[in-house]
Write a protein that binds this ligand. Structure first.
Ligand code: CMP
Length: 175
């Protein structure tokens, strides 16, 4: 869904009537139909000017439960930040990884140009902030702190993936 409007104060407006229910975490979504970008951890240190850039660049997407948001092997052109709801990342080793409001996904294909590394499906109705490939570079230029957050998150995900692979190796070795 395209944004209804982009606010000069760096928040995004949306139609509260179409608000998803139940809202699992409403921390980014305020009652007056504004999405307060600053309340998302990823943007908390941003200046007003940076928030205005994000508001200009991003769009809001609502999707029902069961929507395939990325499919492993497909080319990927969008970065997603979860505002509401939960998605499930189907990883190769182990159980699916749930991602909750404030988390992002889809950054890998945009960073390295490779295909989607995993299938991501909405477990509940979700509201997402979406940034396309061209605007992702603009976003990283306008909000340089984002690159650090991407690196830290990628490192954690690699660590967790290795731990899961280790545990699976240990389990199959003991059979
Ligand atoms: P991308 O490869 O573009 O599309 C699928 C996304 O799933 C990927 O970017 C990451 O954002 C996310 N993803 C892949 N592997 C993991 C993981 N082990 N944990 C959490 N998220 C992941």
């Amino acid at each position: 869904m395209e944004l209804v409007s982009r606010m000069m104060d760096g928040s995004l407006s949306y139609d509260p009537k179409s608000r998803l229910g139940p809202v699992l975490s409403g921390f980014a979504v305020q009652q007056k139909g504004q999405i307060a970008l600053r309340e998302l951890a990823i943007f908390e240190g941003c200046s007003q000017k940076q928030l205005r850039s994000v508001a200009r660049i991003a769009r809001v997407l609502d999707a029902p439960a069961g929507t395939v948001l990325t499919r492993i092997g497909d080319p990927g052109d969008e970065f997603f930040l979860i505002l509401d709801g939960t998605v499930s990342v189907d990883v190769l080793a182990g159980r699916p990884v749930p991602l909750r409001p404030g988390s992002f996904f889809g950054e890998m294909s945009l960073l390295d140009g490779g295909p989607r590394s995993a299938t991501v499906v909405s477990e509940t109705p979700v509201r997402l902030l979406v940034v396309n490939r061209g605007d992702f570079s603009v976003l990283r230029r306008e909000v340089p702190e984002l690159t650090q957050i991407l690196l830290v998150t990628l490192s954690r995900r690699v660590r967790h993936a290795e731990q899961r692979a280790d545990r699976m190796g240990a389990t199959s070795g003991s059979l």
